[in-house]
Ligand binder design. Structure first.
Ligand code: IDC
Length: 470
């Protein structure tokens, strides 16, 4: 571990230097996202939620361990408005060209639980380590169906840390075969068509905001810019075409290569076309896992390196978002929340998201040390950390958000076309409706949902809304 720690520190320093150099070479980094996801009323959405759930990776029917009561409890405890919901290619297309409608029914049932509570759902085609077919026992990877897994008999040996399986020859080969060893890209086409089936099913589901095309893409033996601008961009194009044939309006969330970019290195993902009419609906959904903590260090002991890596990560993410002209949702960040400093880290990330205009989904809501509840359903202190005051929908373009335990300040540029009010979620600590300060606005408090609606004049002026605990 000692060597790993030094490696981590060294790496963080290298990332910092590269990041610093990059901003010198490329000019000052952007400080805010270029664009927001908007709702039907034209309001900018700020998304706060959890990944649900890792348990879906290994159950035979690919359903997460989740009841409607769990969704209700999540809303009551944390006021989230977003979920990154894990789905699996193996379940969508269990046999080549055959799509499992029963599976999609079950997903739809869960989506309806969120819909009733006003959530936005992002369907995440999850994979780690390609799929269960990379080993005979099926206990290593998740995602791809066995019929689409070709390891060519190469070995996959046991590893202590799950990420290290990515380097095993059988896993690398399965990815290489997916990314188009065959010149007609057969497997990628299957994958894209599976997305078409999912989109066809959810195109009219109001709660489904969009589709995260692939969790943590891994290039196998092609890495970095060659991967992101080559086969990965091609998979995205194929999938977007299939989705747009049946669904013109849902958002499409693109992830960069995970390795390196999760730590803070820049992504080379190119902008891809959205064939829909009107403005593109392509969003960027990177992950954040600073390396020193990935290697097992606690935030309390490596805060300096981690904070610096977060700044570099943010600069690089905003640069990519600019290139893609895309809103940003941080699809995953998380850690064992019982470790020293862990809650401070979660708060720093949420603050960074507020400051830059990103949405987020914490990894994950599975019971245990990382999650908000333990195996007996007891709430952990993480619940309180994730339960933040935030504007869920803003009647214009947010320019600054600053949130802490007893106050929230939102500044936004109004939009004359947006007539619906700004909606602000307030944790219990704020009391009923909090103490509202704004210029000539009208407000309404929904005590049940703990949402304060604030109607400001629909103009293109700067507005500031402050709510403090009472
Ligand atoms: C982890 C789960 C863990 C599981 C592993 C492999 O928490 O129980 O053994 O996946 O399936 C990611 C991945 C996400 C990981 C998460 C935490 O997208 O699937 O979940 N993580 O390790 N990338 C970085 C971290």
């Amino acid at each position: 571990m000692r060597r790993a720690r030094w490696f981590g520190v060294l790496f963080a320093v290298v990332i910092l230097l590269v990041g610093g150099l990059a901003s010198v070479v490329r000019g000052q980094p952007e400080s805010r996202v270029p664009r927001f996801i908007t709702d039907d009323e034209g309001r900018a959405l700020i998304l706060h939620g959890l990944n649900t759930a890792s348990s879906a990776k290994s159950t035979p029917d690919a359903m997460p361990d989740l009841s409607e009561d769990d969704v209700e409890r999540e809303y009551r405890d944390m006021g989230t408005n977003f979920v990154r919901f894990l789905i699996q290619w193996r379940a969508v297309e269990p046999r080549p060209g055959e799509y499992d409608e029963d599976y999609l029914d079950k997903v739809a049932e869960r989506v309806s639980w969120y819909e009733k509570r006003g959530y936005h759902v992002m369907l995440d085609m999850h994979q780690d380590l390609y799929g269960p077919g990379v080993t005979a026992k099926g206990d290593v990877g998740n995602g791809a169906p066995r019929w689409a897994t070709e390891t060519d008999g190469l070995p996959v040996s046991a590893q202590e840390q799950w990420e290290l399986y990515y380097l095993e020859p059988g896993v690398v080969r399965a990815f290489d075969n997916f990314w188009g060893a065959a010149s007609d890209a057969t497997l990628m086409r299957h994958y894209a068509k599976a997305w078409g089936e999912v989109a066809d099913r959810f195109a009219d589901a109001d709660a489904v905001l969009g589709y995260d095309l692939m969790n943590e893409p891994w290039g196998g033996s092609v890495q970095g810019a060659a991967f992101e601008s080559g086969p990965l961009a091609e998979l995205y194009r194929l999938s977007i075409d299939e989705i747009r044939d049946v669904d013109a309006d849902s958002w499409i969330f693109l992830e960069p290569q995970a390795v390196g970019v999760n730590w803070g290195l820049p992504s080379a993902l190119p902008a891809v076309d959205d064939p829909r009419r009107g403005e593109n609906r392509i969003a960027f959904a990177p992950h954040l896992y600073p390396l020193p903590m990935d290697l097992g260090d606690d935030y309390a002991t490596v805060k300096g390196e981690v904070d610096a890596a977060m700044t570099t990560w943010s600069d690089n993410v905003l640069r990519t978002a600019q290139r893609l002209d895309a809103p940003v949702v941080l699809g995953e960040f998380g850690l064992d929340a019982t470790r020293p400093g862990a809650l401070d880290y979660v708060e720093s990330v949420a603050d960074l998201a507020d400051a830059t205009g990103m949405g987020w989904s914490y990894w994950s809501n599975d019971p245990g040390g990382w999650g908000p509840y333990d195996e007996d359903g007891k709430a952990s202190p993480l619940v309180k950390t994730l339960d933040r005051a935030y504007p869920r929908a803003v009647a214009g373009t947010p320019t600054a958000i600053d949130s802490d335990a007893d106050s929230l300040t939102l500044t936004f540029r109004g939009d004359p076309d947006v007539k619906a009010p700004t909606e602000i979620y307030l944790p219990r600590g704020f009391g009923d409706g909090g103490e509202l300060d704004c210029d000539g606005c009208q407000s309404d408090w929904d005590a049940d949902r703990r949402v304060l609606s604030v109607a400001t004049v629909a103009d293109d002026e700067q507005h500031t809304i402050t709510v403090t605990a009472k």
